[in-house]
Design a protein around this ligand. Structure first.
Ligand code: 5GP
Ligand code: MN
Length: 325
C-alpha cells in the first residue's frame, strides 16, 4: 500500500523531471481551484520552470486579489496555438472536470493529478490524492513544504484562500487539527484572515443577493422534512444579472433548515440539462448519489449534471436521495 508521503515524493520527482507545464483546475473554478492553480504556478516559478496557467472560463472577480490571478489564461477568450505534453490538474475529481482545456493537451501527455475528492478516479499518469484533505490547497501546502523553498505572503494567501473556502470558514468536519496548524502558519506569514473571510464568505454582490432571493422563493420540501430543494432558471439569472459564480453558497440555505438531511440546488442550464448541487448534514453520502448520475464530490458536498427538464431531473434526484435516507 502506497503512502501519502511516497506520493508526495513522486509528485516532487514528476515536477523536477518535467518542464513546460499546463496547469488547470476544474471548470467554473471555486476558491480552492483558483488557489491551487496559482499555488502550483508559484511553485513552478520558484523552481525556474516554464508553464501556462489556464481555465476553461474566467476566474471569479472576487478572487482576483491573489498574486498572479491575472496570468490565468481564460481559454474561452484565447486561440490555441500549441499543445502541452506535461500537465498538472488540480482539484479535478475526474478528467472531464478540466472541460475543454483537454484540447490543449497532447495525446498521452504526462499528467500529475493533485486532488482531495474521494471520488477521484486516478486519471493521472502520476496521482497525488488525499481524500481526507480539507482542500487541494492543503495538499499543496505539504508539497511546497517538501521542496523547502521557503514561504512568502503570496503563497500563504493562496493556500489560506483554498482552505478557508473549502472548509466554509473552518467549520466543516474536514477542519482537522492539521488544517488549523497550517492556517496558523499561514497567518504568521501575514495573511489577513478576517479580511479574506469577509470578502470571500460574507459579502454578496447585489446580483448575488437578488439571485439568492429568487432561489429561496422556489423552496420545496419532502413530506418528512428531510430533503429540501430550490432551483434557479436562466430567467432568474437574467433578472438578477447574475453569473454562475453568484450561485455559490445558495445550496446551504435549504440544507440549513432544521431537520433537513439533504439540501439541493437545481440549476437549469438549458431546456435539456440541469446541474444538481447537493449538501448533506451527514447521514446521506451525496458523493455516492452524484456518482450514480455521472458526477462526484465529497460525502457532504457533491454535484452532477443530468439531462432532462427541471421537473424530470428534480423527480429523479429527490427520489434517489429519499431512497438513501
Ligand atoms: P458544487 O455543488 O459546489 O458545484 O460542488 C460540490 C462538490 O462536488 C465539489 O467538491 C465539486 O468538485 C463536486 N462536483 C460538483 N459538480 C461535479 C461534477 O459534475 N462532477 C464531479 N465529479 N464532481 C462535481
Ligand atoms: Mn477543493
Amino acid at each position: 500500500m502506497r503512502t501519502y508521503e511516497q506520493d508526495l515524493l513522486d509528485a516532487r520527482t514528476f515536477i523536477e523531471k518535467h518542464d513546460d507545464f499546463l496547469v488547470v483546475a476544474h471548470v467554473q473554478p471555486d476558491g480552492d481551484a483558483v488557489s491551487s492553480t496559482l499555488a502550483v504556478g508559484w511553485l513552478l516559478s520558484r523552481l525556474g520552470k516554464t508553464f501556462t496557467l489556464i481555465n476553461e472560463g474566467p476566474i471569479p472577480q472576487r478572487m482576483t486579489y491573489m498574486h498572479g490571478a491575472g496570468t490565468i489564461v481564460d481559454m474561452s477568450l484565447t486561440e490555441r496555438t500549441r499543445t502541452y505534453g506535461s500537465v498538472i490538474c488540480v482539484d479535478c475529481a475526474d478528467f472531464k472536470r478540466v472541460g475543454l482545456v483537454s484540447e490543449w493537451m497532447e495525446e498521452g501527455a504526462n499528467m500529475l493529478n493533485i486532488d482531495h475528492h474521494p471520488t477521484n478516479d486516478r486519471y493521472g499518469t502520476q496521482n497525488l490524492i488525499k481524500a481526507d484533505a480539507a482542500a487541494t490547497a492543503e495538499i499543496l501546502y505539504d508539497l511546497v513544504a517538501l521542496f523547502d523553498l521557503g514561504w512568502d505572503r503570496n503563497i500563504a494567501e493562496m493556500l489560506y484562500t483554498g482552505i478557508l473556502t473549502d472548509t466554509g470558514g473552518f467549520r466543516y468536519s474536514s477542519t482537522s487539527p492539521k488544517v488549523m496548524q497550517i492556517a496558523s502558519h499561514l497567518l504568521e506569514l501575514g495573511v489577513n484572515g478576517p479580511d479574506l473571510a469577509d470578502s470571500l464568505l460574507e459579502q454578496l454582490t447585489k446580483p448575488q443577493f437578488d439571485v439568492l432571493t429568487l432561489a429561496l422563493g422556489t423552496l420545496q420540501m419532502s413530506e418528512n422534512g428531510q430533503v429540501a430543494w430550490v432551483h434557479v432558471t436562466p430567467e432568474h439569472m437574467i433578472q438578477a444579472g447574475a453569473a454562475n459564480e453568484d450561485l455559490e453558497g445558495i445550496v446551504n440555505y435549504p440544507r440549513n433548515i432544521q431537520g433537513v438531511e439533504v439540501g439541493v440546488l437545481f440549476k437549469v442550464i438549458d431546456e435539456n440539462a440541469v446541474k444538481a448541487s447537493m449538501r448533506s448534514a451527514g447521514k446521506v453520502d451525496v458523493a455516492a448519489v452524484a456518482a450514480e448520475f455521472g458526477g462526484g464530490g465529497h460525502v457532504r458536498a457533491a454535484g452532477c449534471r443530468l439531462e432532462g427538464t427541471l421537473e424530470e431531473v428534480t423527480k429523479l434526484v429527490i427520489e434517489r436521495i429519499k431512497q438513501s435516507l
